[in-house]
Design a protein around this ligand. Structure first.
Ligand SMILES: C[S@@+](CC[C@H](N)C(=O)[O-])C[C@H]1O[C@@H](n2cnc3c(N)ncnc32)[C@H](O)[C@@H]1O
Length: 200
């Protein structure tokens, strides 16, 4: 087998293993994972493309799972030392540490953001990229998480979220925060869109 074929075969088997891992986790706790398979490359690239690494501070990823969006951030050339990945699931954390040794992987609950991150200061983050299944939580809890996240971000910096829904996970609130939406990513299964929140 020549080298290129071997590399492709390795990538393919790693993708299949990730799909199986993801599906198993979904069977065990569907509301925590919120999707049956990892996001596709087009959605991952779109999410990573909305991050603003030109701003100072760390870039926080919420719900990285098997690391597809993490990989898109790394492929974009973002310094791995600036990335923090916050994930609830212990097996995914282990996998992420193995795959991205330079990234700071924190195991914990994104709905207790400040507590989980410990020393994060208001206005200190450059971007937050979230794949959390927000719609599995009540609106009030989603809004609280968003407000906490926006407070940790530098003023004007993006909170990036994907969803499969027609409506935003949290509606915009005049004077408090805005939301912009991307076109549908039809290459993703199921089709998804990306919502970008900023403090008003
Ligand atoms: C829909 S999956 C997205 C995974 C990956 N980013 C992707 O796009 O394929 C949601 C991820 O969020 C994690 N998650 C769910 N609730 C969480 C919470 N409260 N705190 C941290 N991570 C959470 C799940 O374990 C899962 O890995």
């Amino acid at each position: 087998m020549n080298h290129r074929v071997a590399v492709r075969a390795k990538r393919f088997s790693s993708k299949i293993l990730d799909e199986a891992r993801f599906f198993r986790t979904w069977v065990e706790s569907p509301l925590k994972i919120g999707a049956v398979s990892p996001s596709g490359p087009a959605l991952s690239r779109l999410m990573a493309g909305e991050a603003e690494p030109q701003r100072a501070g760390a870039i926080l990823e919420l719900g990285p799972g098997t690391g597809v969006v993490t990989k898109a951030l790394v492929d974009r050339g973002i310094d791995t030392n600036r990335l923090i990945a916050l994930e609830y699931n212990a097996d995914f954390c282990q996998l992420l540490r193995r795959r991205f040794p330079a990234i700071s992987v924190v195991q914990g609950d994104a709905y207790a953001l400040r507590e989980t991150l410990g020393d994060a200061k208001s206005g200190s983050l450059a971007s937050i990229i979230s794949s959390l299944p927000l719609f599995t939580r009540p609106l009030l809890q989603r809004r609280e998480l968003l407000l906490e996240a926006l407070d940790l971000l530098e003023p004007g910096a993006p909170f990036i979220q994907f969803s499969y829904a027609l409506v935003p996970p949290v509606p915009a609130e005049k004077g408090l925060f805005t939301v912009e939406r991307s076109p549908w990513v039809l290459m993703n299964l199921p089709p998804a869109r990306v919502w970008v929140y900023r403090k008003a």
